[in-house]
Unconditional design. Structure first.
Length: 341
């Protein structure tokens, strides 16, 4: 009886909504509720089938991430450049690598990398597992020979224990180093920010100024054209007109005109904590970033058609900045692991 009753009630509701409010679904998805729904956080971290999560893998990956033994001179770890205290970046306009050489690009954050489709500013790596072995061997970065690294790790009893817990019965190899670090990286997720609380229904979680800013972000300033979804990135590549000579994604896709000077859209999570900005570290404050998008960029053939420019009055600009600040979460302090020796 209860089932029949609920089906009848459901039927009446559907009939009611289609008769009296034919646009119910359309208006909900075009209104503020529908807009907010596009920014809802995912329920869980995606781990790939080829490298499923385990506690032992995460533990090993964390130790490796913080261990300078990964570099030839044993003086540089992943965390040297991807420092949790600096939004998993290094606070520099361009990274400093082996022999203190200044590298060509800024260190990007690794928060929310579990969701990244392609990695690096130019998208040259397809998985975190594959990416790990890049900086370890890169002449300008950790400058490490992989065979030497495996010899070094295998000689340390603490590492043998960690590896056999994470990968029972397997020999220590570069592939396992990649799998362990990638697993740890996937656990580095920006936690609940005021914006998330607002999106999921707490109206007081952000100020009314920030709410105005959200509308500007999605409207007049058109930021959402590229900074979409919960992590505020479309995972795409665009030329936003920066003066840098770097050709970006065109090094991978030379035939596609729009990929010249195109770089991966970064997440805007915890953006306040991650200055300076852009692949070349050329913009030092968020205030200046907003001015840049308004009218600071050069027009050229490869410029994204979504770069239309705009002018905001002082209040609108303040509102947009207030919104960007709501994307910061107070993440748990990261403890440093003891390094096996
Ligand atoms: C010398 C500084 C430095 C070190 C050391 C370093 N990185 Fe990076 N990392 C960078 C820079 C710079 C980039 C961007 C380079 C590019 O796009 O060409 C980058 C990019 C990345 C990315 C891509 C992020 C994204 O969203 O596209 C990941 C992931 C990453 N590094 C992880 C690591 C890991 C893991 C280690 C240790 C094995 C490491 N890095 C060591 C500077 C460094
Ligand atoms: C056409 C796509 C597009 C639009 C529109 C756009 N962005 Fe971006 N944004 C990008 C890309 C791509 C980058 C990286 C560019 C680079 O480094 O060369 C970026 C970088 C940034 C950065 C620096 C992130 C970092 O980690 O260094 C901030 C902040 C930012 N955008 C904010 C905004 C705001 C605010 C708006 C709206 C006013 C906006 N963006 C509009 C694509 C876009």
């Amino acid at each position: 009886l209860f089932r029949t009753l609920s089906i009848v009630i459901l039927g009446i509701l559907i009939a009611y909504s289609s008769v009296f409010s034919p646009n119910l679904t359309a208006s909900a998805s075009s209104g503020i509720a529908g807009l907010k729904a596009k920014f809802l956080r995912p329920g869980e971290i995606p781990f790939p089938e080829e490298n499923p999560y385990s506690v032992a893998k995460e533990r090993l990956g964390k130790v490796l991430f913080f261990d300078p033994i990964l570099s030839e001179k044993n003086n540089m770890s992943c965390a040297t450049c991807h420092n949790p205290g600096l939004g998993w970046e290094d606070g520099l306009p361009k990274a400093i690598g082996f022999n203190m050489d200044v590298l060509g690009r800024k260190t990007p954050t690794i928060i929310n990398a579990a969701w990244a489709e392609l990695l690096m500013w130019d998208g040259r790596f397809e998985s975190l597992e594959e990416q790990v072995l890049g900086p370890i061997q890169a002449a300008g970065e950790m400058h490490q020979d992989l065979e030497d690294l495996i010899v070094e790790l295998s000689a340390i009893a603490g590492y043998r224990t960690l590896f056999s817990a994470a990968f029972p019965g397997e020999k220590i190899s570069p592939e396992l180093v990649g799998k362990a670090i990638a697993t740890y990286e996937r656990t580095i997720v920006s936690s609940i920010a005021p914006f998330d609380r607002w999106v999921s229904g707490d109206d007081d979680a952000i100020s009314s100024l920030a709410k105005e800013g959200f509308n500007i972000f999605n409207g007049k300033a058109n930021c959402v054209a590229c900074h979409a979804s919960w992590a505020l990135t479309d995972s795409g590549f665009h030329d936003i007109g920066l003066a840098s000579k770097d050709i970006g994604r065109a090094s991978e896709l030379p035939k596609i005109k729009a990929m010249k000077h195109a770089f991966k859209t970064p997440t805007l999570r915890n953006i306040v904590e991650r200055a300076p900005y852009m692949h070349d570290g050329s913009i030092t404050t968020l205030d200046a970033v907003v001015d840049y998008y308004g009218n600071g960029f050069a027009k050229r053939e490869s410029l994204s058609p979504e770069m239309k420019g705009f002018s905001l009055n002082a209040r609108e600009k303040k509102a947009l900045l207030a919104f960007l600040k709501t994307l910061s979460s107070v993440d748990e302090a990261v403890s440093l692991p003891l390094l096996p020796r």
